[in-house]
Write a protein that binds this ligand. Structure first.
Ligand SMILES: CC(C)(COP(=O)(O)OP(=O)(O)OC[C@H]1O[C@@H](n2cnc3c(N)ncnc32)[C@H](O)[C@@H]1OP(=O)(O)O)[C@@H](O)C(=O)NCCC(=O)NCCSC(=O)C[C@H](O)C(=O)O
Ligand SMILES: [Mg+2]
Length: 360
């Protein structure tokens, strides 16, 4: 373990100084594309500005014979696309035990490191994986003469990774966040599912027998397979001041269940999700931006709470310091999102939303 005093010292001579705070830039949707797929790659310029994060995926879902084309394609896209102020460019590199990752990191940092915000690392097992990437990135940044550190995002997709999630979250000042990787995690845990994220109709609880009749009609309630892991991930991220994300929802056609899964993650504390298809972008934007009603309510609570101490009644409910703090989370997010998005700024400033403060 590094001494606390050394934690913010660059890991290579000439590498940029590590950040003390992870920038809280909007990242409601991390939009995946395969840079070796010409049709998908051609969509990148039109996605700029409509997604918070564009992620050039080099790992799973890119065929083995296309790995080098994907890497080269991402270099080309990074060089030729101005992603502007409001969209970030990330990549997901191949796993640390693969034959491709060393070239992924070396090529990308050397060629387009100044354009990359975050490197997503799959199948992270423990803090030792982050330490390896941390040192290598520092060496490559120094060689490339970068002045801004590239941040690291881990995917939680092994049982060992979940067991080590707190140590992973705190492994380096480069840690930006963690996503759930439900498909690989399910396989690693030997779960008996065959899907990419989402629920399963067999994972349920059943109502008790009515009047002892076990053959009678009984309601069943589907449960969330991912609740435990997302909750652990959210706590680990909050503890270390980094950001948690839901991951992929593979049933592209089922936009309703996708929205439910995203919303569960949002309510539990996640700041965003992956989008695998253009159809999921508007869902992520809707879910991970607070509603006008929530913003209006949060403003009313803030106004009613005055100096923030004591307790008040609002609409028949008790509000105090703790509910005010939750409302401030919503308001801070609304302010951050509206700074980039005039439509949201207008929505949150509309008479019903803004007028809430006066009603308190
Ligand atoms: C899922 C897909 C394979 C579907 O592709 P396709 O069959 O081409 O869909 P459509 O015909 O509906 O597409 C309509 C048009 O949109 C373009 N398109 C599709 N996807 C994207 C995209 N992600 N970005 C930009 N543009 C996209 C198509 O080219 C069509 O264009 P046109 O014909 O000109 O109208 C495909 O969406 C896809 O491959 N998505 C990405 C999948 C991916 O990245 N998977 C990896 C992440 S999930 C994972 O790794 C699991 C995780 O790690 C875990 O363990 O849980
Ligand atoms: Mg995976």
């Amino acid at each position: 373990m590094r001494s606390a005093k050394d934690f913010f010292t660059p890991l290579a001579v000439g590498a940029p100084t590590p950040l003390r705070e992870v920038p809280a830039r909007p990242s409601r949707m991390i939009h995946f594309f395969d840079p070796s797929n010409p049709k998908m790659a051609s969509k990148v310029p039109q996605l700029v500005g409509s997604v918070d994060v564009l992620l050039g995926n080099l790992e799973d879902a890119v065929k083995a014979e296309n790995k080098e084309a994907a890497r080269a394609g991402l270099v080309e896209i990074a060089r030729s696309t101005d992603v502007g102020e409001h969209t970030q460019l990330w990549t997901r590199v191949n796993s640390l035990d693969s034959p491709w990752v060393l070239d992924d990191l070396t090529t990308l940092v050397t060629e387009v490191g100044d354009r990359l915000d975050v490197v997503m690392v799959p199948k992270v097992q423990g803090p030792e994986d982050i330490h390896y990437v941390d040192r290598l990135l520092a060496q490559l940044e120094a060689r490339a003469g970068l002045t801004r550190p590239i941040l690291v995002h881990a995917i939680l997709e092994t049982a060992r990774g979940v067991a080590n999630v707190e140590a992973i979250a705190g492994a380096s000042p480069r840690m930006q966040g963690i996503s759930l990787g439900p498909a690989d995690l399910a396989a690693d845990r030997r779960m008996k599912t065959t899907r990419v994220g989402g629920g399963h109709p067999g994972y349920l609880v059943r109502q008790d027998p009515v009047a002892g009749d076990i053959s009678g009609e009984r309601a069943t309630y589907q449960q969330d397979l991912w609740h435990y892991t997302i909750a652990r991930m959210v706590d680990a991220c909050a503890m270390h001041g980094i950001f948690p994300y839901y991951g992929p929802f593979g049933d592209i056609a089922d936009v309703v269940a996708c929205e439910d899964q995203f919303r569960n993650a949002f309510l539990l504390g996640c700041v965003g999700t992956w989008t695998l298809h253009p159809a999921q972008i508007t869902i992520a934007k809707r879910v991970f931006s607070p509603s006008a009603e929530d913003v209006a309510h949060a403003r009313r609570v803030r106004a009613a709470m005055g100096d923030g101490t004591g307790a008040v009644m609002l609409d028949g409910k008790m509000e105090d310091d703790a509910s005010l703090k939750q409302c401030l989370v919503i308001l801070e997010l609304a302010d951050r999102l509206s700074a980039n998005d005039p439509e949201l700024a207008e929505l949150y400033a509309s008479p019903t939303t803004a007028g809430g403060e006066a009603d308190a």
